[in-house]
Design a protein around this ligand. Structure first.
Ligand SMILES: [Zn+2]
Length: 121
């Protein structure tokens, strides 16, 4: 439990619902259509939308939108299936858009604030 309290975590920007741990970040340099995003190996306190096939920058994927389970805000998406061999590593992983999440205990981060905010570890 001490470790739990000590690790950096991310919350929904609207309601501060805890959604993911810093330790579960797979990539911090993930490109979403609306800006940068983080790729997480898993997340919590989220709900998933309908699965659908979507053509992304990196090819065709089956994805489901990810919503905050508390306030219902759309936070990103989950990769259900990747069709390209090189993208298979993303299956089951979750993308949270950077401007939709905040560091736990931190202030709400505006979309135009420097990326450096997150790179202090
Ligand atoms: Zn929320």
């Amino acid at each position: 439990m001490a470790d739990f309290m000590g690790s950096k975590a991310y919350c929904c920007f609207k309601c501060q619902n805890l959604v993911a741990f810093h330790d579960d970040i797979v990539s911090k340099d993930f490109q979403a259509t609306s800006g940068r995003a983080f790729l997480f190996s898993h997340a919590m306190n989220i709900s998933l939308g309908e699965k659908e096939d979507r053509q992304l920058l990196t090819g065709l994927h089956t994805v489901a939108d990810v919503y905050c389970s508390e306030c219902g805000e759309e936070l990103g998406w989950k990769y259900i299936k990747a069709y390209e061999e090189s993208q298979k590593y993303k299956e089951g992983k979750i993308v949270l858009e950077k401007f939709k999440i905040v560091v736990r205990g931190g202030n709400i981060i505006k979309n135009n604030i420097e990326n450096n905010y997150y790179d202090d570890d």
